[in-house]
Design a protein around this ligand. Structure first.
Ligand code: TRP
Length: 480
């Protein structure tokens, strides 16, 4: 489409996609999941999934964005018309918008915790603190709805400001400052952990594997994590892809995104575990690894409060560059569909998501139990929202793989991939068969966690998806 915005530089898409991918998933979720699942074996499965499933779907998602040159919802609407496929494929856009909205709501709350810790570290109040004090500090934060709401509000407002300024003056300009700073800080933290921690123990923990250590649950979490960390299946990558220069190589870009994202997760894992082992602490602390265990390690190390503060600034920046990519697809849709100005669209999206985020805030305190969510779904509102996204994300990825694999024509895809014949065949095989099978496997294993009410609803979505896929296949099998 003429007149559609394109990034100022050929390389900006890469910067933006890396910004989206590198986030709490790398610095917070990856280390704690690895710690809980015994280290190397988890990483092996994670790496395999990134390769065989993550990268092909990443390519598919960028491709859908770049060929449609619109926001995910409008883009899919456009593609279903030009490819004479079922309107049901628009589900990709709607699922993406819904997931972005849901994820932003809790992502902002967790990012808000880092804001708290940045402040705590830099003000020196955690320097030399003992384990009990640090534990009590985290419990105190979780028990204070007011404090959490304050941080949540600050974080989401900052994200909104950046997106509200537009893709050039806001997103591009912001990322050009944030991203290089993140890499510098990451290296500083790594250096610090080499000097003060036990990097050898960390490397042994991360890179020696005994595949028998890994439970089926661990396999599934590794696969789920590879989706989450690449920001797949949610329209974020598609929305950014819509602004990608036609000259940039899709394959090379996707490989770079996956490589940098994985490298950041591994370096963060090395640094964090080196500090944790160095301080003689436990690896399997779950979500508290970054907010409790790590501050304990920093508390007893030289300049720990300062480096700890810098570390939490890293977490904040990484979360910010991801949260802006959660706002963009929905904001772009509101602009295209309802002719709103960008600031209006961003405000609507962010206020709605902020309000939903209050449910996450209270899930840790006043609504920690006995609510309607517990009665209906056996979990807190936050856990329920997280579960929904864990369902929507693979579902979105599955549909993206199927649409790109079966509905896009051979000539179109060949053009997007730059005409490498063998690679085209490999990619197409992966998105047509391997990725859908792998995702379906993860997905079916998630279902038993879901209470009775949701099975029919999800079943319906799967049937619609399968039906749409079937029709599309019929319509396209005759075309070149
Ligand atoms: N990839 C981000 C991270 O690792 C989180 C994330 C998941 C995300 N899905 C997303 C970010 C969609 C933006 C859009 O922290």
């Amino acid at each position: 489409m003429s007149g559609h915005n394109v990034w100022t530089h050929k390389g900006t898409f890469l910067l933006a996609a890396v910004g989206s991918a590198v986030g709490l998933g790398n610095l917070w979720r990856f280390p704690y999941l690895t710690g809980e699942n015994g280290g190397g074996a988890f990483i092996l499965v994670y790496a395999l999934t990134i390769f065989a499933v993550g990268i092909p779907i990443l390519i598919a998602e960028i491709m859908l964005g770049r060929t449609s040159r619109q926001s995910p919802i409008m883009g899919m609407r456009h593609l279903t018309k030009t490819h004479q496929t079922s309107r049901a494929w628009e589900t990709i856009g709607w699922l993406g918008a819904a997931s972005a909205f849901l994820i932003l709501s809790f992502y902002s709350v967790v990012a808000g915790w880092s804001l708290h810790y940045t402040w705590q570290m830099l003000s020196g109040s955690l320097a030399g603190a003992d384990a009990e004090t640090i534990n009590a500090g985290f419990s105190h934060l979780l028990a204070s709805p007011g404090l959490m709401t304050l941080y949540h509000t600050l974080f989401i407002a900052l994200s909104a400001l950046i997106v509200g300024l537009g893709i050039h003056k806001g997103i591009e300009a912001g990322l050009r400052i944030i991203m290089p700073a993140l890499f510098v800080i990451l290296l500083v933290v790594l250096g610090y952990s080499v000097v003060n921690g036990d990097i050898g123990a960390a490397a042994r923990f991360l890179f020696t594997f005994n595949i028998a250590d890994l439970s089926l649950e661990g396999w599934l979490q590794a696969m789920g994590q590879s989706f989450f960390t690449l920001s797949l299946g949610m329209g974020a990558i598609m929305a950014y892809g819509a602004y990608m220069s036609s000259d940039a190589s899709l394959t090379r870009t996707a490989l770079s995104v996956a490589f940098v994202d994985t490298a950041v997760a591994l370096v963060a894992g090395l640094a964090i575990f080196a500090l944790v082992f160095g301080a003689g602490l436990e690896t399997g602390q779950g979500p508290g690894l970054m907010f409790v265990t790590l501050p304990m390690a920093f508390a007893e190390m030289p300049f720990g409060a300062l480096v700890g503060g810098v570390f939490f600034i890293l977490v904040l920046g990484a979360a910010l560059s991801s949260s802006i990519s959660l706002i963009e697809p929905v904001a772009a849709f509101l602009v295209e569909r309802f002719d709103l100005t960008r600031p209006q669209a961003v405000t609507i999206m962010v206020i709605a998501s902020w309000t939903l985020g209050l449910l996450t805030v209270v899930s840790f305190n006043v609504w920690a139990e006995g609510t309607i969510f517990h009665a209906l779904f056996g979990r807190s509102a936050f856990e329920f929202i997280e579960l929904l996204t864990n369902i929507f994300m693979p579902l979105g990825g599955l549909l993206i793989a199927l649409f790109a694999g079966w509905a896009l024509t051979q000539s179109e895809v060949a053009k997007e991939l730059g005409g490498h014949d063998t690679w085209f065949r490999v990619w197409r095989f992966l998105v047509r068969f391997i990725a859908p099978a792998a995702v379906a496997f993860v997905f079916l294993r998630t279902l038993p966690q879901v209470e009775g009410y949701w099975i029919p609803a999800i079943g319906a979505v799967v049937i619609v998806g399968a039906f749409a896929a079937g029709r599309t296949f019929m319509a396209n099998s005759a075309r070149p």
